[in-house]
Design a protein around this ligand. Structure first.
Ligand code: KIV
Length: 322
């Protein structure tokens, strides 16, 4: 299936045992330990306690918190989100970053690539997410055609996203060739996340969604680009579908956090497309993807039962009416 084939582009990651939020909701032992009121009598002295994780102390995740997390060796958890209801669940669950990805073009709108989605559509998704969020950092993709080759346009697009959606940062795909756009956006005080490796907006240039930067020349360009993006002032970098050894090397050479997708466990954080990790796309099963649920089958089963209940007259029953 063409769509399935194209989806093989979005790459993912191994799971890390990152402790969760640390609020009273959180059942993770390390987080419970960090709460003064739940510390048991026989606790070891303060100095022997595990330090409270940086992310669990933060009321809001900011770019500075992410930087501290990298410095403290704490992994960053990012997922995509495109609508109010899902973003609320992600935020309440303690996700660090919600990426309003242009993958909305695939999973929300059903396009084969990320190219058709518009700036207005990204703003619509982003503002729905922002309304749901009280803690996570919301990063929004600048869509194809809204920044490449024109830094004035790039700034206008970023400003529209920030003003009209209330998001906290933008993400752009590419290295040196979009340096001017990144600089201009940053000069307006808008935080920028970079994106290197497989950059789906360039799919027609690559021609395929296979692993990028396997050859030395491309790997060297990626390393130069990563360093440049850091020097320009990007607060973080997505590394998509590149060899794990290269992603680890880049992550170790940078002081800003890297977020990997299909880039192995050596990056400072991981991102997955929410539809993929929840199993809403039952036809998409690349090697990098870990599925945490099988919602396609679950939802299909529930809908099937509903149809049966309606047809049989079982729904609604006496208690389900006025
Ligand atoms: O659009 C998107 O979902 C992305 C992630 C896969 C990194 O850019």
């Amino acid at each position: 299936m063409a769509r399935n084939k194209l989806f093989v582009s979005r790459c993912g990651t191994p799971r890390r045992a990152t402790p969760r939020c640390g609020t009273s909701r959180c059942a993770t032992p390390i987080c419970r330990l960090s709460l003064q009121e739940s510390r048991p009598y026989h606790s070891p002295p303060e100095s022997d306690q595990m330090p409270t994780p940086i992310h669990s102390k933060a009321k809001r995740i900011t770019t500075h918190i992410l930087q501290e997390m990298k410095e403290g060796g704490e992994k960053i958890a990012m997922l995509t989100g495109y609508d109010f209801s899902m973003a609320k669940i992600l935020d309440d669950a303690g996700i660090d970053i919600i990426l309003v990805g242009d993958s909305a073009s695939n999973v929300m709108a059903g396009h084969e690539t990320t190219l058709p989605i518009t700036l207005d559509q990204m703003i619509y998704h982003a503002s729905s997410v922002v309304r749901a969020v009280s803690r996570s950092l919301v990063v929004v993709d600048l869509p194809f055609g809204s920044y490449q080759g024109n830094s004035k346009l790039a700034l206008e697009s970023a400003v529209r996203i920030m003003k009209e959606s209330g998001a906290h940062a933008v993400k752009l795909e590419g290295g040196e060739e979009i340096g001017e756009s990144i600089t201009r956006i940053l000069s307006a005080g808008v935080p920028v996340m970079g994106h290197l490796g497989l950059t789906p907006q360039s799919i027609y240039k690559f021609g395929t969604y296979v692993v990028r930067a396997k050859e030395e020349e491309e790997a060297n360009k990626l390393k130069r680009d990563a360093m440049l993006l850091q020097e320009l002032g990007c607060f973080s970098l997505v590394l998509e579908k590149i060899p794990a050894t290269l992603a680890t090397e880049v992550s170790q050479s940078l002081s800003i956090p890297t977020i990997g997708i299909g880039a192995g466990g050596g990056t400072d954080g991981q991102v997955l497309v929410i539809h993929d990790m929840l199993g809403l796309n039952h036809e998409f099963h690349p090697r990098f993807l870990r599925r945490y649920l099988h919602l396609y089958e679950e939802i299909q089963g529930a809908v099937g039962r509903y149809i049966q209940d309606v047809r049989s007259g079982d729904f609604p029953n006496e208690n389900e009416q006025y």
